[in-house]
Design a protein around this ligand. Structure first.
Ligand SMILES: NC(=O)c1ccc[n+]([C@@H]2O[C@H](COP(=O)([O-])OP(=O)(O)OC[C@H]3O[C@@H](n4cnc5c(N)ncnc54)[C@H](O)[C@@H]3O)[C@@H](O)[C@H]2O)c1
Length: 271
């Protein structure tokens, strides 16, 4: 390891179990010398194993529903106090759609659930940024990263209303990135990650098929959660201080590939 995050203080959301992308990011951040707090929604804390991760990373867990401004205020105040100073990095790794979870098709959305999808998966990012900004808890050159998916730009029918959530998430990174750049020289980016076998990922209908499809399409294959962790760490580090307001593809080349030989072989084998 390179001690890339030595002396940096952060907040990591979204580690539910050891398949979670955030779990891998926390482990890598710890190895790179960072100190950070962990957080998740109170209900997830009861179901998940986050305390095991907290013990491994020698830190605390601060419950926070990311849709609640009051919870986020408490998260930041507790984190600054526990870590002993302002925050250098934040990971937003939060996604949930009641419509997808309850298998409502895109042409029969429940609009109350759509509002929840947007609030949990996208507006929570704005809330995290705005509360951090108002409480003035960010250090100069802080780096904030949220995880996105290519369904923000292309249609994946079973991704449902999460496509709108991801489009909004990426837009918030651009909009708020401007203000935090001016004010704090801080960076705000989204990483568009390959399909990854996690609780949120496998909750999508037909996930196995589009995992396999993306793997065959991408010259490098699908990026794993561990690969994503390495990329996120580079963005939290001082090596990427001029990268901001970007949606960064982390997909093994998927987004630039029209068709691959692997896919042609499997399609011709089946015809
Ligand atoms: N798995 C994939 O294929 C994939 C691909 C691209 C992007 N992503 C994104 O990566 C992020 C992390 O997902 P993951 O795949 O690691 O799955 P995961 O299920 O392990 O993580 C999702 C997390 O969101 C948390 N969460 C849900 N509602 C919340 C709330 N109200 N407040 C706070 N936290 C809440 C959950 O408790 C969970 O920890 C998500 O934004 C997801 O959309 C995942």
């Amino acid at each position: 390891m390179y001690q890339l995050l030595k002396g940096k203080r952060g907040i990591i959301t979204g580690a539910l179990d050891n398949n979670s992308i955030a779990w891998k990011i926390a482990e890598r951040a710890y190895q790179e010398g960072a100190t950070f707090t962990l957080t998740n929604a109170p209900i997830a804390l009861r179901m998940g194993k986050i305390n095991e991760l907290a013990a491994e990373c020698k830190t605390i867990v601060v419950p926070a529903d990311a849709t609640s401004v009051a919870d986020l205020e408490n998260l930041y105040k507790t984190s600054v106090e526990h870590l002993g100073g302002p925050i250098d990095f934040i990971l937003h790794s939060i996604g949930m759609s009641p419509n997808v979870r309850k298998k409502k098709s895109y042409t029969d959305l429940n609009y109350e659930w759509l509002n929840q999808t947007l609030d949990i998966s996208a507006i929570s990012f704005h809330k995290m940024l705005q509360v951090a900004d108002k409480l003035d808890v960010l250090n100069e050159h802080a780096s904030i990263v949220a995880l996105s998916y290519i369904a923000a730009q292309r249609t994946f029918p079973d991704y449902g209303d999460m496509a709108q959530a991801k489009a909004m998430l990426e837009s918030i990174a651009r909009s708020y990135g401007y203000f935090l750049g001016k004010k704090k020289k801080a960076r705000v980016n989204t990483i568009s990650q390959s399909p990854t076998m996690t609780t949120a990922g496998t909750g999508i209908k037909g996930f196995d098929v589009f995992f396999d499809y993306a793997n065959k399409m991408s010259p490098l294959g699908n990026a794993t959660a561990d690969d994503c962790a390495s990329y996120v760490l580079s963005l939290f580090s001082d090596l990427t201080r001029m990268v901001t307001m970007q949606n960064l593809m982390h997909d093994g080349g998927f987004s630039s590939t029209g068709i691959s030989e692997d896919l042609i072989h499997s399609l011709t084998a089946n015809s």
